[in-house]
Write a protein that binds this ligand. Sequence first.
Ligand code: GRF
Length: 205
Amino acid sequence: MLRIAVFVSGRGSNLRAILEEFSEVNSTVQVLAVISDKTDCGAFEIARVKNIPTFSVSAKEKEDFLSYDLLEKELQKLEIELIVLAGFMKKIPDKFIDLYPNKIINIHPALLPSFGGKGMYGMNVHDAVFASSAQISGPTVHFVNKVYDAGLIIAQRCVDISKSKSPEEIAEMVLKVEHQLLPFVIKKISEEKVMIEGNRVLIED
Ligand code: GRF
């Protein structure tokens, strides 16, 4: 069984997709903690309904928030093996990233290495894609390193946006595919079918 923690900031539709995919009692993947940079958000509501422990984290000292050092202790207690960033909007401190080499993945709502980097989150991404005249977009799942959206790409899916009339339409189409791609990658990691070979990531069938 793969023990995962999911980091969120918003409505949590990707968290919901993960929980639905791995809902069986003896599923090979279990979500054991949900972490946010907020004290409340849609994703926390989803976690609470499922009785999954929630933690708020901040890199700065703040009441009601754990430091990353304390969060790490909690994750150790839960024996977390993989961290999944599913709409987590804050940069994770380098020291924390060092603790989880190739054990943190992120979903980005565009085809990296385009449309990524600092400031490229939420609707900013889809606005930029729409403005660029690109005819395709789609989600990317990648390993997290210390540079925004620059870790090795694990999987991507193309979405035809040639008929899209607005950034919102693109966001909706890409989100649907995110809900398939992220659980797919988590499942493959749980089956040890995700291999890093030099600068490329291979997923076995
Ligand atoms: C998704 O589009 C994800 O790719 C991006 O933030 C959004 C989160 O949506 N990083 P949700 O909270 O999972 O609904």
